[in-house]
Design a binder for this molecule. Structure first.
Ligand code: ARG
Length: 261
């Protein structure tokens, strides 16, 4: 994770960002702290990257890389404004002794890559259409040695895969079908016949931008219907409030890069 101490909405690179709307940075830090404490309270270890001035989106740590089985495929940001974030993530993974594969293709890390370890022997789901280039999907497959399934995103409000789909345990996912092309919806139905399906309202409340340890699902508190569905499916929803960071176009998952050693 990376603290929002330099968070701001100074440019608009997704439809959620409104440079004229005020942002309460202190509140953003408070809400982010609560998220970090929630993860620690659930028994998880959290590493924190040093936030850098001039990188207002660095709080969205999920975009910095994608790690599977100790190997890390680095990010290469689409927008110039975020390009410098990649180096901070690279340095972190090197310091952890991970195998790091530098990307040649544009990709935004876990923003557009998800991993489902027990699905079909270990499946990477990858989004394209707005940020990550489809060529990066092939590059990730070569880097990580797992099959990558490309899914096309069609709605600019769901510009990253992680605002439309999430792994909820080792073999299942939750997603909002409307964010995907008809063909990609068919692929998801084939691969995950038992998926939890979210509606547009929950998706727009950033409900799918969640992290799950297989039992506890940490998600945006506004996504109340999705929390109910997850509960009915046997998970424990853990709602957190992240209203300030929503102004940058992100929520729970965007703030968290998962370490898969
Ligand atoms: N303002 C950031 C951007 O548009 C938000 C990134 C959200 N991160 C995510 N993993 N979806 O790049």
């Amino acid at each position: 994770m990376c603290s929002p101490e330099h968070f701001a909405v100074e440019y608009a690179i997704n439809p959620w960002m409104d440079v004229t709307a005020p942002v309460d940075r202190d509140l953003a830090v408070k809400q982010w702290d609560r998220l970090r404490e929630t993860l620690i309270g659930l028994g998880h270890e959290v590493h924190v990257l040093t936030a850098e001035p001039g990188l207002p989106d660095m709080v969205y740590a999920a975009n910095g890389a994608f790690m599977v089985d100790g190997s890390v495929y680095g990010a290469r940001f689409k927008h110039e404004q975020r390009a410098a974030e990649a180096a901070a993530h690279h340095a972190f993974y090197e310091s952890q002794g991970c195998r790091f594969i530098a990307p040649s293709e544009t990709n935004e890390g876990e923003g557009d890559f998800a991993y489902v370890p027990e699905a079909h022997g270990g499946l990477i789901l990858a989004g394209h259409g707005f940020r990550t280039e489809i060529a990066a999907h092939a590059e990730a497959q070569e880097a990580l040695g797992r099959p990558v399934v490309s899914l096309r995103l069609i709605d600019p409000r769901f510009y990253h895969l992680d605002v439309a789909l999430a792994a909820i345990d080792d073999s299942n996912v939750v997603y909002f079908p409307g964010a995907f092309s008809a063909a990609s919806q068919r692929v998801l139905t084939q691969l995950f016949p038992d998926a939890v399906v979210a509606d547009g309202e929950d998706a727009l409340a950033f409900g799918l931008n969640l992290v799950s340890d297989g039992a506890n699902v940490v998600l945006n508190s506004e996504a109340t219907r999705l929390a109910g569905k997850l509960k009915a499916a046997g998970y424990t929803p853990v709602p957190v409030e992240l209203a300030e960071l929503k102004k940058g176009g992100g929520s729970v998952k965007c703030c968290i890069a998962e370490l898969r050693h």
